[in-house]
Design a protein around this ligand. Structure first.
Ligand SMILES: Cc1ncc(COP(=O)(O)O)c(C=O)c1O
Length: 391
């Protein structure tokens, strides 16, 4: 019998997959669904980005490098300067990734000593499960911190016991936040960076939803560093910004010493982006117009849902950025409410899919079109009036 990595036994299945399976069964029966479950919107990738990829496919195929093309690192640096007023050196502070997921998962391989006293990774729950899973597979431990609605779903490191901070190597923050849509301001990042540094922790900021904001632009943790990125890494991505989830392209930016370690580690991993994807990524980072257009589309969908939820008296929390709307389950049971919505052909994700601290809440991803959102809320409203859903 071949041995097994014990971390596999601790996974318990990817939580979003089960609900999607159920929705897929309905789809297989040709039941039309308003699918608000998976964070992968349908809006097309802008044409000039697709063209950049196609034009870069040459007759000869070569291995890409983990360091990536300098032009790509430059375009990330230029975007950071334009969008966040942050100056970075493309050769020292920036490393491309194949999307942020793999970069998040692999980070502990560079910073976690499985035999040392600091093998824990802190992250906020409800949250993206990959922070904890990366820790587990690197021989460490996941240490989720329950987030609270009355704290705006923000992880406050200074409120954790010192012993908990000092047994961790990394703390993940993720604003705008999946799944609650909560956001954070610059002061928040300053506080977290200060506490992380005090305790010798890496502050890792997952900023893949950075460009999906509504009232005021979301800051980057890099802005809080005032040019000294020691102990700080930000993970940025084109997936949500440019409608490029299938391209797999992002970047890791920050602490030069940690970037140097990742430059040593990552050629071993095999996640270097193909050169034609890098060409598309350069086109995407260099253009802001399509991002502003996408943001308007999400704002229109969000307005439809927020208006309906307010009229229906359903409590919304967070939800001020990202393409997620987060609401309290009427009746209190998120799984039961998701099931009842599915019977109305509306797919929402029960909050418990993001960990026990998400129980009692549900997430709507702004995936259907504006028209699809209108249809869904009409059905939802009719079901409420007919008494088929709890209030
Ligand atoms: C919080 C969060 N981080 C990271 C990712 C991964 O994004 P990507 O790998 O497409 O950049 C996702 C994807 O949904 C996410 O929700």
């Amino acid at each position: 019998m071949v041995t097994s990595n014990p971390a596999l036994q601790q996974l318990g299945g990817y939580p979003l997959a089960r609900l999607q399976d159920l929705a897929n069964e309905l789809r297989a029966q040709d039941v039309p669904l308003a699918d608000f479950a998976i964070g992968d919107p349908d809006e097309p990738t802008p044409e000039h980005i697709r063209r950049a990829l196609i034009e870069a496919v040459g007759p000869v195929s070569r291995y890409p490098t983990a360091l990536g093309q300098r032009a790509l690192r430059e375009s990330v640096a230029a975007w950071l300067a334009r969008r966040h007023g942050v100056e970075v050196d493309p050769d020292v502070h920036v490393l491309p990734s194949a999307g942020s997921k793999e970069a998040i998962f692999h980070l502990p391989l560079a910073v976690l000593d499985p035999h040392g006293p600091r093998r824990h990774v802190l992250w906020g729950e409800p949250g993206y499960p990959v922070y904890g899973r990366g820790a587990l597979f690197a021989g460490g431990a996941s240490d989720p911190v329950a987030l609270e609605p009355d704290q705006g779903w923000r992880l406050e490191l200074e409120e954790l016991e010192t012993s908990r901070l000092q047994r961790a190597c990394t703390a993940w923050v993720n604003y705008p936040h999946n799944p609650t849509g909560a956001s954070a301001d610059l002061d928040y990042y300053r506080r977290q960076l200060r506490t992380a540094r005090e305790h010798g922790l890496l502050l890792a900021s997952d900023e893949c939803y950075q460009e999906i904001w509504f009232d005021r632009p979301a800051p980057s943790a890099l802005e809080a560093a005032d040019g000294d990125f020691t102990g700080l890494l930000a993970f940025v991505s084109l997936s949500k910004r440019s409608g490029m989830t299938g391209y797999r392209s992002g970047a890791i930016v920050g602490d030069p010493e940690l970037i140097a370690r990742l430059r040593a580690l990552r050629p071993n991993v095999g996640t270097a982006s193909p050169d034609f994807v890098q060409a598309a990524a350069i086109a995407a980072w260099n253009d802001q117009e399509h991002v502003d257009e996408r943001r308007k589309i999400f704002a229109a969908k969000r307005a439809v849902l927020l208006e309906f939820l307010a009229t229906a008296g359903i409590e919304v929390s967070g939800s001020d950025a990202t393409f997620y709307v987060w609401f309290r389950a009427p009746g209190g049971d998120d799984a039961a409410y998701a099931q009842a919505l599915l019977e109305e052909r509306i797919v929402a994700t029960p909050g418990r899919a993001f960990g026990p601290a998400g129980e009692g809440w549900l997430r709507l991803a702004l995936v259907p079109t504006v028209e699809g959102c209108h249809d869904a809320v009409a059905r939802w409203s009719a079901a409420l009036q007919a008494g088929r859903l709890p209030i």
